[in-house]
Write a protein that binds this ligand. Structure first.
Ligand SMILES: Cc1cc2nc3c(=O)[nH]c(=O)nc-3n(C[C@H](O)[C@H](O)[C@H](O)COP(=O)(O)OP(=O)(O)OC[C@H]3O[C@@H](n4cnc5c(N)ncnc54)[C@H](O)[C@@H]3O)c2cc1C
Length: 511
């Protein structure tokens, strides 16, 4: 089964009137770049504290990972804490737990106050394994949770409809509909104090006093900038391009009928499998997914949807309906497994960044909004205890050296592949619905053909750092394996960090 319509269930079942694009030349105190959960929550908290600002979103609010997530709101980030204690120490790990708890509490209070239709509900969170050889990992995690005073339950069974070797549950976590929540937050931000502009991609940020942001149609001067773009659109200073890579994962929603899954689940496997329910008056859904891989390295990505479908049919016999949506998304993965939230670098104290959530951005985006808004306004808040842990300019050689080397090798390898690969096929050989990187006079061309036969040809080097892009067959996009920029067949930017389209092929020779 290979679905081709990859709009998320969340996006199909939430709506909001789009804001107009930004144009002109104006100034504000705080400019937020990016309208996902991080950007919108930060804007709301700042507006409530009396700050004047502007939010600029490249596409539409929630069109990034926040609208394509699984939306489990939990401090149980896989089996995280045993490793984090080893690499970051007790004080920092306690700060991580606290930040997640504060993020969950903020999400609950905003859900109840302004987003009553977002289906927020408290449920237990579970990590399980079917593999008895992984039991030691659960014992190590249990020891860590005891040190952190986080209550958990151990069991050799759980609510899933198949046997497991071990299940670790943390009660009183939560789940919701991320876009109904995000839209309600956005609609409650006073537009005179903190206007939101959509279809307004920031293409340049010049640090200074003020910082200057350029979009295609205008310029904005801001005393402070918050980059809430999932992956920062500027890499320097801070060397983000070697400290963060992207990973893609896949999800599917299925009408659940009378089936009920009690809790939210993720497996301790490579790659993990994930399951939760969404309760909706119009019909409950089972949301299944996982099956992730490094962005741009998924091969025939259509097979990931086939894998989820196979899991659905093999494991969830009581769910007989066909899936009604399937989609993919990606998130930024930090080398030392800790998000980067705070001033981007020591040299740029007025540019804040929030990135590297490693697919655990529901609690973390709310924590980031609390931390950044408190740092900007100078208000005291318990979240500030996590300031040192998340500090983007930290250097943690023990935890990150290996990953930085791997990411560096990956980027270098991608350049080398660009030199070596590219087939000698001709554009006319590319079939409808397909894409291929072709070589012509020593240059690489990204050639694709729409299902109806229209041919598109662009230069094949990503405009972020010039890595050669790869065709993603199920999404019909060009994806960059270095940092996860994604482009439409005609070269238009779909996701950053790139801000400029793939060059037309005539221009490609200039690289
Ligand atoms: C498949 C999947 C499942 C996940 N499931 C969970 C889960 O169950 N629980 C959990 O806690 N986390 C989960 N996550 C992680 C979580 O969804 C993300 O970490 C979180 O949504 C990130 O939010 P964000 O606002 O930082 O980024 P995004 O939601 O990606 O928002 C960034 C926004 O910035 C905009 N933007 C980018 N560049 C520019 C520019 N130059 N100018 C203007 N705007 C720009 C984008 O268009 C986008 O709207 C999952 C991630 C994936 C990939």
């Amino acid at each position: 089964m290979s679905e081709k319509n990859h709009e998320s269930y969340w996006s199909r079942t939430a709506s909001r009137t789009e804001s107009r694009p930004y144009s002109g030349d104006s100034k504000c105190d705080v400019a937020i770049v990016g309208g996902g959960l991080t950007g919108v929550t930060t804007a709301l908290l700042l507006a409530r504290r009396g700050v004047n600002g502007v939010l600029l979103e490249a596409n539409t609010l929630g069109s990034g990972t926040s609208g394509y997530t699984t939306a489990k709101i939990t401090l149980q980030h896989g089996l995280k804490y045993s490793n984090l204690l080893d690499s970051a120490g007790l004080e920092n790990t306690l700060a991580y737990v606290k930040a997640c708890t504060l993020g969950l509490e903020l999400t609950e209070s905003l859900s109840r106050e302004i987003a009553p239709d977002c289906g927020f509900e408290r449920v237990s969170s579970h990590v399980y394994t079917r593999d008895p050889s992984r039991l030691q990992r659960f014992d190590d995690e249990a020891a860590a949770l005891e040190k952190l005073h986080v209550p958990y339950r151990f069991s050799d069974s759980c609510g899933l409809p198949f046997p497991v070797a071990r299940d670790m549950a943390i009660d009183d976590q939560a789940q919701f509909h991320p876009l109904r929540y995000l839209n309600a937050l956005a609609d409650s931000i006073p537009s005179d104090r903190f206007p939101i502009y959509e279809r307004s991609r920031v293409i340049e940020v010049t640090p200074g006093s003020p910082c200057i942001l350029r979009t295609e149609r205008g310029t904005l001067r801001a005393k402070t900038v918050v980059l809430a773009t999932n992956y920062p659109l500027i890499d320097m200073p801070g060397l983000y391009f070697v400290r963060l890579h992207r990973e893609q994962s896949y999800l599917m929603s299925v009408p659940a009928g009378d089936y009920e899954l009690d809790g939210m689940y993720i497996s301790d496997e490579e790659p993990p499998h994930s399951a939760r329910m969404y309760h909706d008056p119009e019909g409950d859904r089972l949301i299944l997914g996982g099956f992730g891989h490094r962005s741009g390295r998924g091969g025939d990505t259509a097979t990931r949807y086939d894998d989820i479908y196979r899991w659905l049919r093999l494991a969830f016999h009581d769910v007989t309906a066909e899936p009604d949506a399937s989609w993919m998304a990606q998130d930024a993965m930090p080398a030392d497994h800790v998000p980067c939230i705070g001033p981007m670098s020591e040299e740029t104290p007025h540019i804040y960044v929030a990135t590297g959530y490693a697919k655990w951005g529901m609690t973390t985006s709310a924590a980031a909004a609390l931390l950044i808004s408190s740092m900007i306004t100078g208000e005291r808040h318990p979240i500030l205890e996590a300031r040192a842990l998340y500090r983007p300019s930290r250097f943690t050689p023990g935890a990150s050296a290996r990953e930085v080397v791997v990411q560096g090798a990956h980027v270098t390898g991608s350049f080398a592949e660009g030199v070596l690969t590219g087939t000698t096929q001709k554009p006319e050989d590319v079939a409808p619905g397909e894409g291929a990187v072709l070589r012509s006079d020593g240059e690489l061309m990204a050639v694709s053909r729409s299902p109806s036969g229209t041919l598109s040809i662009c230069g094949a080097h990503c405009t972020h750092m010039k890595c050669p892009v790869a065709w993603n067959p199920s999404e019909r996009t060009w994806d960059c394996p270095c940092h996860g920029s994604r482009f439409e067949p005609d070269g238009t930017v779909k996701e950053g960090p790139a801000v400029r389209p793939l060059p037309g092929f005539d221009e490609a020779g200039e690289h």
